[in-house]
Design a protein around this ligand. Structure first.
Ligand code: ATP
Length: 304
């Protein structure tokens, strides 16, 4: 069921059209990956959503209610996490969360309960130490806890792992996946492997337009031709044998294997052709396309 819907959103910076009839739908209780190259329009979209930036036209609907440009009730239901969160370094982690709880109007019992709950679910450590002593990974966890403290219907995250090392990144993704059971997440990133790992659905944006949107498997599958990897020591010989077959769309010779793209998804003709050669073939298997492959393919289709 749709939680957030954007329809026909247009946004200019002077004469430059940054968002061009943008369409986007985030469903309830899903992690939505908002994907695009640098400069595609992700931050602009998030700024418009957070009412930090004006837009010329379009409609934004949240939980069935169309938002007016000057209606700030939306902000009470949505939490925002920037790429590099910053807190006053002289405050303790616990004090940051208590301030947010006060802002939300919680009494001391609820504040204590929420801090305990978040401490466990997010793995918050050293809440009684000043934030200035925290590592980047700890600051990021605190920012997520601070967002969840608000009990939002939706958390908007703008490239939240960009400042983390690979270990911190992996740990943080695991936490997002676990907390997303109770809230929806709009996860903006240009790291496609992350989106593939944690997102239920993705939207690919380019030049302010939504190119493709849907479940990860659907976005990947139709965009990519079926390709088989052939592992063999006789690359030239096998390649020569396959070249000019009408059922082959392309053959790429890599250092240690061939990549054969078929005109349709059935490999029967490929297998029977390979069965007829004398040279040893070590393995033949389907190449599993990644979201990155799909993204490049969709970009090529739309920009060539
Ligand atoms: P990144 O991943 O690099 O943050 P992005 O997808 O978030 O990129 P935006 O920051 O939304 O992209 O930028 C979209 C386009 O709008 C870019 O071409 C950018 O140069 C332009 N732009 C962004 N902010 C402004 C501004 N304040 N004034 C003029 N142009 C802007």
């Amino acid at each position: 069921m749709p939680l957030l819907t954007i329809r026909g959103l247009n946004k200019y910076y002077g004469n430059f059209k940054a968002l061009d009839e943008l369409e986007l739908t985030v469903n309830a209780n899903e992690i939505y990956g908002f994907i695009g190259k640098n400069g595609a329009g992700k931050t602009t979209t998030l700024n418009v959503l957070m009412q930090l930036s004006f837009y010329e036209s379009g409609t934004i609907t949240f939980d069935g209610k169309t938002l007016n440009k000057d209606d700030y009730t939306f902000k009470k239901m949505v939490a925002y996490m920037p790429d590099v969160p910053s807190f006053p370094p002289y405050l303790k982690g616990r004090e940051i969360l208590e301030l947010t709880a006060e802002f939300c109007g919680y009494d001391s019992k609820k504040t204590l309960e929420k801090i305990h709950e978040l401490k466990d679910s997010i793995g918050l450590l050293r809440l009684n130490q000043k934030v200035g002593t925290y590592s980047r990974g700890m600051v990021q966890r605190l920012a997520l806890a601070n967002a969840l403290m608000q009990e939002p219907r939706l958390i908007i995250m703008d490239e939240p792992t960009s400042a983390l090392d690979p270990i911190g990144r992996r740990a943080f993704l695991t936490i997002i996946k676990s907390v997303a059971k109770e809230t929806s997440v709009l996860y903006s990133t240009h790291i496609l492997s992350e989106a593939e790992a944690i997102c239920d659905r993705v939207g690919l944006i380019e030049q302010g337009r939504m190119l493709k949107e849907g479940p990860v498997s659907q976005v990947i599958a139709p965009a990519i031709d079926t390709t088989y990897i052939i592992d063999t020591l006789h690359l030239e010989r096998i390649k020569d044998m396959l070249t000019d077959q009408t059922w082959i769309k392309a053959i790429a010779q890599k250092e240690k294997h061939l990549e054969v793209t078929l005109t349709d998804a059935t490999p029967a003709k490929l297998f029977s052709a390979l069965a007829s050669v004398d040279e040893k073939i070590t393995a033949v298997y389907e190449k599993v396309p990644s979201l990155e492959d799909a993204f490049v393919e969709v970009l090529n289709e739309n920009t060539l």
